[in-house]
Structures are given as C-alpha cells and as structure tokens.
Design a protein around this ligand. Structure first.
Ligand SMILES: NC(=O)c1ccc[n+]([C@@H]2O[C@H](COP(=O)([O-])OP(=O)(O)OC[C@H]3O[C@@H](n4cnc5c(N)ncnc54)[C@H](OP(=O)(O)O)[C@@H]3O)[C@@H](O)[C@H]2O)c1
Length: 392
C-alpha cells in the first residue's frame, strides 16, 4: 500500500468552512470529474463523536433546497490512526479553529513516525507527507511553521524519526501552506444535527510552503468558480494581515454589533454590521493594523489607508449577505449555553500577534487601542456567559 493517495483531497473537519469546500469540490466542472474527497475529524473530538452516531451531512444549497449526504465510509477519525490501514490524501484542507492546528500537526507527525518505523519510508527517499493547507483565520503561519519544525526535531531527538537534515526537513516544511480564504459557509445547529449552508464558491490565496507544492495545489484544487491562487513569493504574513483587516472589521466588530443591545446575540450580516454605529471604528481599526503591519514589514511604507480601505470595501461588497463565521459561532454557542468569558480562538489569534508586534515596535497608541478592544470583547463574553447561566 502506498502511504499517500495522490488524487485524494481530505477535508478536516466538516465544519462550516470545510463543508463549503467539500460541496464545491464535489461538483463536476466542465469535463473534469469531481475530486476524490474524504472528510476527517480530530480524534476524540465532540463533532467526531456526533458524526460517528449519525454519519450524514445535511446541506442546504444556494437555491434553498436541502439534501442529505450519507458519508459513511468517507469520514475518518485521526491522521495517525490511519497508518498501515489506508493511505492519506495528498492534500488536507485544514479548516479547524486556529488553536486546533498544532494538534493536527502533531497527529500528522505521529503518522510519519509510524510510516518510518514500519519501513514504508526509507530515507534518503523524500518523506511521504500530505500538503497541509491551513485555512483558519488568524495571523499565525510563521509561528506554526516554527512549531512544526520544533516538533519534527523533537521526534528525531526521541528516535522516532531519522535525522531530517539536510534533505528531508526543508521538504517537510514545504508541505505546510497557508490558505487565506474568503470562501464562506454557515453551520446552523439544530436539534440533534447541523444544517450546512455553503456560500458561493470563493477564493483561497496560497502562500508559504514550497513553490512546486503551491503551484500543484492551485491547479488541483481550483474547480470552476472555486479558486485557489498561488501568490508566488508574497509573504504569508502579508496575506494574513490583509485578512486580519477583513476579520477584525467584520468578525470582531460584528461580535460587538451583535451583542450591543444586551439580549441574545443576533446573526448579523456584513451589510447589517456596516449599517451599525460600531462600523464607524473601521477606519481607526484598519489604520492600526496597517501601522503595525508596516512596522514588521508585512506592508510597504507606501501602502496607504485609502488603498487598504478600498480593498476592504471591495471584499465587503461581495460578502454583504454573509454572516461572519465568528458571529455565527457566537450565536450558536449562546444558543447551546457554551459561552464562556474568554476571547474566542479566532479573535485571540488575531489580537495576540498584533499586540505582540505593537509592543515590539513600541507602537503605544496602537497597543492601547487593541488592548481596549480586547477588554471590551472579553466584557461582552462575560455578560453573555452570565446571561446563559442565569437563564438555565
Ligand atoms: N465559515 C466561514 O465562512 C469561514 C470563512 C473563512 C474562514 N473561516 C475560518 O475557518 C475556521 C473554521 O471556521 P468554521 O466556520 O468552519 O467553524 P465551525 O464550523 O464552528 O468549525 C470549527 C470547529 O467546530 C467543531 N465542529 C465542526 N463541525 C461541527 C459540528 N457539526 N458540530 C459541532 N462542532 C463542530 C470542530 O471542532 P472539534 O474538532 O473540537 O469538534 C471544528 O474544528 C475558523 O478559523 C474561521 O474563522 C471560516
């Protein structure tokens, strides 16, 4: 058995974004047959347990028509658990929350360890390893790549992997690719199971990783209007900053708008968030991210606020009817009584790196502005958490 199935694409997990990818990649486009797709859950995860009990996806299409897909035999739990049992897909679209990515890396490395110990990989042959396309929102790629390298080094140190230098290590690190996406998807929690509402096919921009892998991914994953574009040598951090501007103005301010009235949070769309008074913060927020981005050279000095705002308006225009993923999550966590007084992972992985950069660059007004924003966010989550406790 070959360790890698080169024509298969794995989607991990079947969350709102993952199922949107799944839906669009399942379509026959022109004369190209649909892709070979599999779905993956994190071992031991709550959503994985739910799929084990009911292996179905309930999808409502753009035309409002609902259909149910039987995914028995197409959904797998844990990457390492597959070693020696089935090949891994050559590509994983990793659409977890940002704080779940390191767990996925550990799982993939444990798989490689098993493959090596079973002599299915015999160095100096190149290591078999899937391309991991990281699509969660946040500014994290540089940090995650460093952790990936450290985890691999640790495996070598413990004798679980051979010495990976000088050949195998750069190849493995080249498999880690950032996919910054404006693909949208909704997941509505219902009694017992969820209904997914994939958004229209969108754009995912690929940065980082090896050039050859990015180019192959762009070709393999693009299907009709679902586009994956190779950004060449553009730094992943630059692309993450662009997306941070979109997420902070839509998702984070969206949370503030959705929770301002003090009652249950409302599933506001981008158009509704832009019509809310909180949106008057957008220019200040964008200016803050821009100056921090310039200080770490993610943005050139001549990149202006007007240019950043024009880019943002363009994205907002196309996504006017979309309810940002963080607002969706807030609403469903509130309904299920799961809210706690913590900043959610997606916002945390935006605010933390920005604050770290602002401190390092001595940008005091920017730091204070973001700290206040984080405090307001935390306060809102505290109020909501108290409300759900009182209601139960
Ligand atoms: N949705 C969008 O429009 C969109 C667009 C661009 C980027 N993103 C980013 O993509 C990442 C994932 O977002 P998402 O919207 O796909 O979130 P999501 O559906 O809430 O999935 C996030 C996590 O929720 C759990 N989950 C998945 N399916 C579930 C189910 N059926 N029932 C209960 N829990 C389930 C999984 O964690 P466990 O393994 O712990 O169960 C999963 O990793 C985030 O970083 C988000 O910011 C989303």
């Amino acid at each position: 058995m070959e360790p890698i199935e080169k024509d298969e694409i794995g989607i991990l997990p079947p969350g709102a974004l993952g199922v949107a990818y799944f839906q669009h990649l399942s379509q026959r486009v022109a004369d190209r047959p649909p892709k070979a797709l599999s779905l993956w859950v994190r071992e031991g995860s709550a959503s994985g347990d739910a799929f084990r009990q009911d292996p179905h996806l309930h999808i409502r299409g753009e035309n409002g028509v609902r259909h149910t897909l039987d995914i028995r035999g197409r959904i797998f739990s844990g990457i390492a658990a597959c070693a020696g049992k089935r090949p891994l897909p050559a590509v994983f679209l990793v659409a977890t929350l940002p704080d779940q990515i390191i767990g996925v890396l550990k799982d993939a490395i444990a798989w490689l360890e098993s493959i090596w110990s079973a002599d299915q990989w015999l160095p100096p042959a190149p290591p078999p390893f899937p391309a991991l396309v990281l699509t969660a929102n946040g500014i994290y790629f540089q940090r995650i790549r460093q952790v990936f390298l450290e985890l691999l080094e640790e495996s070598t140190l413990l004798g679980r992997l051979p010495d990976l230098w000088p050949e195998a290590m750069p190849k493995l690190v080249g498999h880690l690719v950032r996919g910054v996406t404006i693909q949208t998807g909704l997941r509505e929690e219902g009694p017992g199971s969820c209904v997914y509402r994939p958004g229209p096919p969108g754009l995912t921009r690929l940065a980082g990783g090896s050039a050859a892998i990015r180019q192959a991914l762009a070709k393999e994953l693009t299907a009709g209007d679902l586009r994956f574009v190779d950004l060449g040598d553009i730094s992943p951090t630059r692309v993450e900053f662009d997306k941070a501007i979109i997420n902070l103005s839509g998702n984070l301010l969206g949370i503030l708008a959705a929770t301002e009235q003090g009652g249950a949070p409302r599933p506001l769309t981008i158009a509704e968030i832009l019509a809310h008074p909180v949106s008057s913060e957008i220019p200040r927020l964008v200016g803050t991210v821009l100056r921090i981005g310039q200080s770490v050279r993610a943005y050139p000095r001549d990149y202006t606020l007007d240019a950043a705002m024009a880019n943002l308006h363009d994205i907002h225009r196309h996504a006017a009817q979309h309810c940002p993923s963080s607002v969706q999550r807030l609403v469903s966590d509130f309904q299920c009584g799961r809210l706690r007084r913590v900043i959610p992972p997606t916002e945390q992985w935006l605010l933390d790196p920005l604050l770290k950069y602002a401190r390092a660059a001595d940008l005091a007004p920017e730091r204070i502005y973001l700290e206040n924003l984080a405090r307001t966010l935390l306060k809102r989550f505290g109020q909501l958490a108290r409300m759900t406790r009182n209601e139960s």
